[in-house]
Design a protein around this ligand. Sequence first.
Ligand code: FES
Ligand code: FES
Length: 165
Amino acid sequence: MNLSISLTVNGVRRNVELDDPRVTLLDLLRERLDLTGTKKGCDRGQCGACTVLVDGRRINSCLALAVSLDGADILTIEGVARGSELHPLQAAFIAHDGLQCGFCTPGQIMSAIGLIEEGQAGDDPERVREGMSGNLCRCGAYAGITQAVLDAQQTLTEAKQGRAA
Ligand code: FES
Ligand code: FES
């Protein structure tokens, strides 16, 4: 039995037929929609490499059944830049060497976008580390990651204040 779902992925409506109700959002993104920027690390909710935003909230896409997300709005790493202009978090990760091999980086960036939008990051490195603790980095690039999140948060806050002024 096929199940039809409709998702908005990076602003584009996608209608998908699922032949198995156990397909995860992660596998749907990578194998059906060719959005391979979202990485599969552990496939069991332990590493954060598969983090995406669903209706503005960060989730581990390896733990979400695609069939349960009919109508949802999904943002993946492929959707965060504006054309050739990097998202402030992408730019900050480069500026602060927040990566080595890069495998965890899409998940780190999506988690950081969620953290900043939740308003939980603050300007305290310890709070950022706590808020990002679900995203593991086997290369140990944590110092750069924390600095990148703090820097991008400041950039985004200033941009928001500029728009409000
Ligand atoms: Fe989803 Fe590791 S692949 S948490
Ligand atoms: Fe290699 Fe994080 S940069 S796992």
